[in-house]
Design a protein around this ligand. Sequence first.
Ligand SMILES: NC(=O)c1ccc[n+]([C@@H]2O[C@H](COP(=O)([O-])OP(=O)(O)OC[C@H]3O[C@@H](n4cnc5c(N)ncnc54)[C@H](O)[C@@H]3O)[C@@H](O)[C@H]2O)c1
Length: 240
Amino acid sequence: MRLKDKIVLITGAAGAIGSAIVDAVQEQSGVAIASDLAGRGDVAHALDVTSEADWLRVIAAIEQSSGRLDGLVNAAGIVAVGSVEDTDFATWRRVMAVNLDGTFLGCKYAMPLMRRSGSSIVNLSSVSGLVGGHNLAAYNASKGGVRLLTKSVALYGARQKPPVRCNSVHPAFIEGPLVDSLVAQVRDPASARERMAAMVPLGRFGTPAEVAALCVYLLSEESAFVTGAELTLDGGLTAQ
Ligand SMILES: NC(=O)c1ccc[n+]([C@@H]2O[C@H](COP(=O)([O-])OP(=O)(O)OC[C@H]3O[C@@H](n4cnc5c(N)ncnc54)[C@H](O)[C@@H]3O)[C@@H](O)[C@H]2O)c1
């Protein structure tokens, strides 16, 4: 009952992490509003996070049906492997559009509804928003942007009455299609998986349910004094 009657919009809700967050919100007696690209999964709203028109339409629909929004989880995201030289401009722009513009638009257009109740935004960044990788130029830049955007939103949200909190979550490798597509882009996927797991002090990938549990904490009143924070969920990867 940690999210009793809280209305929470989740983007990228057909994905591994997004769908685990939908389940976790419902398990805690919250009302999960699932959104993703049209045709992806069984979601309440088609919402391309790069589209201002989509955001305006979905927020207006939630205003009409519920009159408030207590939580927003910006979980939609894509990854592209490539160094600064390998990454073509179109790929750079696409990764920035989904990961960074999409998070910006979500925070921006949800804010009017979210300030009606003491509410909480959770932005999915990554360990790749904290430390660089030689072949993750666009992903690093987008997730680093999400980290600092989160702090600006948190400071602005703290001035609202009641306040709107905003925090970023920084997972390392989490089981699911995103990691599958990451390793599929390198020469030897099986040994890449082994090497990635070996880099993690706890010796394994994380699970979507573990990310969802942290999101539930950040959406709930238990974290009422937590805002502008960056929470790692990486088995110790960035501690070394
Ligand atoms: N899986 C990991 O290892 C990992 C690690 C760190 C951070 N993250 C971040 O967590 C978030 C969720 O990752 P995941 O593992 O669930 O990935 P996933 O690929 O399983 O799901 C991502 C979802 O985003 C949706 N999406 C893509 N473009 C979209 C758009 N323009 N508008 C709306 N939805 C869109 C996809 O349809 C998909 O359902 C992402 O932001 C990702 O960068 C994931």
